[in-house]
Design a protein around this ligand. Structure first.
Ligand SMILES: [Zn+2]
Length: 285
């Protein structure tokens, strides 16, 4: 009973943080404050009442439309709220009501915010990454003091991890730039990898970049490349020959979208993955 209550509370608490995350996702890229003014409809600017701002439920009750002007409200809002709510629920269900559960939930919440902002606005706001770096460093110390570090890096590892993460992605971006002769990596990815490195430590930070590159490659082959072919065919209907390589037709997917899930995988299963890899080297080598 108590357990169910705690999980329900974690879910509701997560939904509220998801609601705040929506404010960060839509305001930070525009350089606006997330504290003032109150939430309002982006179309008619009518202030949103508290009862219209209840996570998920209000969106359903309002039938996804502003009560003032009837403008549709994006499904992104309830989806982000649900994603964060489930992240908090899963953390508490797996780790119990512990410090580790809180740290995992905050880490995933932060990464959802960063991935969404990067996907929608092609930027990773400092609001996320500065908070993230301070949080990860502070709680690496708190974890040691509480005697509960969970899957997170110890303070010294966190410091080295931040440097290794930011450094490795900078080198990858630099080499990518030389190879492609154009900007391959934004500075937001560097700040994001500093945060991830501070959470998971240097070894798993490198694993995160590797996993993100793998995820990005799979996404390119399965999703982006087919979209590109369809678009090219539509434009060149009737003409023969292979489609021209036109950069304007490649849908851009920012790297932060792949770094975020890769970091969660690295935090939760990275040690096991590395152990399995080293073991298979010994067995087959
Ligand atoms: Zn409106």
């Amino acid at each position: 009973m108590t357990e169910t209550l705690i999980r329900a509370f974690a879910f509701a608490f997560g939904a509220v943080w998801g609601s705040f995350l929506n404010v960060c996702i839509s305001r930070w890229p525009a350089g606006l404050s997330v504290v003032t003014p109150r939430s309002r409809c982006p179309n008619c600017e009518r202030p949103i009442e508290w009862y219209e701002n209840i996570p998920v439920l209000s969106w359903i009750a309002l039938r996804a439309r502003c009560r003032g002007c009837g403008q549709p409200i994006s499904i992104m809002y309830p989806l982000v709220e649900l994603a964060v709510a489930f992240a908090w629920l899963a953390s508490v269900a797996h780790f119990g009501p512990t410090l580790t559960a809180l740290r995992v939930a905050v880490f995933v919440t932060l990464l959802i915010g960063i991935a969404m902002t990067d996907a929608l606005h092609y930027t990773i706001p400092d609001g996320f990454t500065v908070f993230g770096l301070l949080w990860m460093m502070t709680f690496s110390v708190v974890g040691v003091m509480a005697g509960e570090t969970g899957p997170f890096a110890l303070p010294y590892e966190a410091l080295i991890g931040a440097c290794a993460g930011a450094g490795a992605i900078s080198i990858a971006g630099w080499l990518g730039e030389v190879a492609l002769r154009k900007e391959a990596m934004g500075f937001g990815d560097v700040t994001l990898m500093a945060v991830i490195g501070a959470a998971v430590g240097p070894r798993l930070a490198l694993l995160t970049i590797f996993l993100a590159a793998a995820l990005g490659t799979v996404a390119y082959v399965l999703i982006i490349y087919p979209i590109r072919l369809v678009r090219l065919n539509r434009e060149r209907r009737g003409s023969l020959g292979p489609p021209a390589d036109d950069d304007g037709i490649v849908p851009v997917i920012p790297f932060g979208v792949f770094l975020a899930p890769a970091a969660v995988i690295a935090l939760l299963w990275g040690q096991a993955m590395i152990a399995w890899y080293l073991e298979s080297l010994v067995n087959y080598g």
